[in-house]
Design a protein around this ligand. Structure first.
Ligand code: DON
Length: 303
């Protein structure tokens, strides 16, 4: 199979297959994007990168950042995080408040907003300069030293993040927050506002397809932690649509409301797709169609 032909085909197909869906506008800064952009990048473990469409245009990574903060937290503090956050699918929307109250302030998993806020708090407590560590990881692994935050999206998240503020205060009231509500929120909004392209994301996530080995051949993360992150991506990475995504695509993946999805084929490659129109669960409609097509045509799912 010729991978370049495949990604070209998929870029043409995904644009046409998923004109439905709407761009996230609950964070006003996100609504300025052209809804009909589509990009795809496939980064092979052997080093080649295949791209098509808008693969080099930076977009807001939003919840895909939760994947990288989880990797940093597991690297820093091993398994101690798991006393503060569960690892079960939530079955509720990513910003839901309901479960947190009924489950005594322990979020269902690190990929819903409540869980990611706990991960960021945990990192601030154990690793110090979270922003610098996250930027270093993303820039080193992607090879793009320009990766940074979109200030307009950052400002917009800070102005409108009432649900996240409610979640963080609730975590504090249940004794599951170590730092200050304000610092955790600011750091979380900052990480969500990072801008990366499909190429950047596919490369930055490469260690998840290489058993933890980074771009320079050194270890980013222990293989046992990589196995765990991939498992949590499979069960929780697409929020309340994780089951349907596993059925259709069959890969560990993490989405963001900026329209990006990063998927991993352990031992083979990573795939980043971007299409800003979202389905009802907040996942990229064109991105899911593209990944469905990719695994159907290659036969490369984990099942
Ligand atoms: O906190 C929020 O709501 C956004 N900054 C991130 C949400 C997100 O990307 C969920 N993804 N599907």
């Amino acid at each position: 199979m010729d991978m370049q032909t495949l990604v070209d085909d998929i870029a043409a197909y995904a644009g046409a297959a998923a004109p439905a869906g709407t761009v996230a506008d609950y964070i006003p800064g996100l609504s300025r994007v052209d809804p009909d952009r589509f990009g795809i990048a496939v980064a092979m473990n052997s080093g080649e990168v295949y791209t098509a469409g808008d693969a080099d245009i930076p977009f807001s990574i939003q919840s895909i950042s939760k994947l990288f903060t989880l990797a940093l937290a597991l690297d820093e503090d091993g398994d101690r995080l798991w006393t503060r956050v569960h690892r079960e699918p939530s079955g509720t929307p990513f910003n839901s408040l309901v479960q947190l109250e009924t489950e005594a302030g322990i979020p269902r998993n690190p990929f819903i907003n409540a869980g990611a806020l706990v991960v960021t708090d945990h990192l601030l407590d154990t690793a110090g300069d979270v922003r610098m560590r996250l930027l270093n990881l993303l820039r080193t692994e992607s090879g793009n030293s320009e990766i940074s935050v979109d200030p307009a999206v950052f400002a917009s998240e800070r102005e409108t993040g009432h649900r996240n503020a409610a979640l963080t205060h609730f975590l504090a009231s249940m004794g599951n927050l170590r730092g200050s509500v304000l610092e955790v929120l600011e750091t979380y909004f900052w990480q969500c506002s990072l801008e990366m392209s499909c190429r950047d994301l596919a490369l930055a996530g490469g260690f998840l397809a290489r058993g933890g080995v980074g771009a320079d051949g050194g270890a980013v993360l222990a293989p046992r932690q990589v196995k765990r992150i991939n498992a949590i991506m499979l069960t929780c990475g697409m929020y309340d649509a994780a089951g349907d995504f596993a059925y259709r695509v069959g890969l560990p993946a993490k989405s963001g409301v900026g329209g990006g999805i990063l998927a991993v084929i352990p031992g083979r490659c990573t795939i980043a797709v971007w299409g800003p129109r979202l389905d009802r669960s907040g996942n990229s409609a064109a991105g899911i169609a593209a990944l469905d097509e990719f695994t159907s045509r290659t036969g490369w799912s984990i099942f």
